[in-house]
Design a protein around this ligand. Structure first.
Ligand SMILES: [Zn+2]
Length: 257
């Protein structure tokens, strides 16, 4: 295996995913060199980042301004009782490093605004939108459109979830605003509406899977996936670029506020 530069230990660590048809040493190499930004270290960010670290994504930046609170623990599975009061991004980074010492973790204890994202995206191959509010999603969408950086957006509330990948590197690909518009909507927060832990974990797992596919160059359809946690059923529907989109239409330069 000398031609890959992979040690026997590394081959062993990733052996079970290397056995999967369509995932080979080149795929593993792509993950090793990948730099991923995870925005939000909560119910989505914890499981998604754990899976990406376990899979061998070489560099993970974790962004979250909050501290761990006791009502997070039922779903934010990287955290333990002893983490209460600690910054989420830092506590998650420690878990990822414990899981896989080969992963380089960096921590940003701040909210995602467009200035911060504009500075980070040139060094970022993929963004995971694991946030819980429209303002952050909007900032991620604007910045990713400007930088042509793909992102995978997930959301979950009560027993429902949804996710989609937005990859502006593909011709005719839509952005988040093509699908949802670019105006502030009424955020539904887990604090008011509730969330079951396995529901948000399920969405996060799919986010991580889409992220792995994008990182190894496997095509990802432009599809909105919706999860009904009562019926345990996924529904999927394609969506298209909006030629009049206020963010990504021709001639619009992903206007920054
Ligand atoms: Zn758009």
């Amino acid at each position: 295996m000398a031609e890959t530069g992979f040690s026997d230990d590394k081959i062993l660590r990733y052996s079970r995913q290397l056995l999967v048809p369509g995932f080979d040493l080149d795929s593993q190499q792509a993950l090793t060199h990948a730099r991923v930004l995870v925005v939000g270290a909560g119910g989505l960010g914890c499981p998604a980042a754990l899976y990406l670290a376990g899979a061998g994504v070489g560099s993970l930046t974790l962004m979250d301004p909050d501290q761990v609170e006791v009502h997070n623990l039922h779903r934010q599975i990287a955290f333990r009782q002893a983490d209460l009061g600690r910054p989420k991004a830092r506590a998650l980074a420690e878990q990822l490093s414990d899981l896989n010492p080969e992963v380089q973790c960096s921590v940003r204890e701040e909210s995602a605004d467009e200035d911060v994202l504009d500075a980070l995206l040139p060094e970022t191959e993929l963004v995971l939108d694991c946030t819980d509010n429209f303002a952050a999603r909007r900032a991620i969408n604007h910045a990713c459109v400007r930088a042509d950086t793909p992102f995978v957006s997930g959301a979950a509330i009560r027993r429902e979830g949804q996710l989609a990948a937005f990859d502006r590197r593909q011709s005719d690909s839509a952005c988040y605003a093509c699908l949802y518009g670019d105006s502030e909507g009424g955020d539904e927060r887990c604090a008011e509406s509730g969330i079951l832990g396995p529901v948000v974990g399920h969405v996060a797992s799919f986010q991580a899977l889409l992220a792995l596919y994008l990182l190894i160059g496997q095509p990802v359809a432009q599809t909105l996936h919706r999860f009904d946690g009562t019926a345990l059923a996924w529904r999927s529907a394609g969506f298209s670029r909006d030629p009049a989109c206020p963010v990504c239409a021709d001639g619009v330069e992903a206007a920054q506020e």
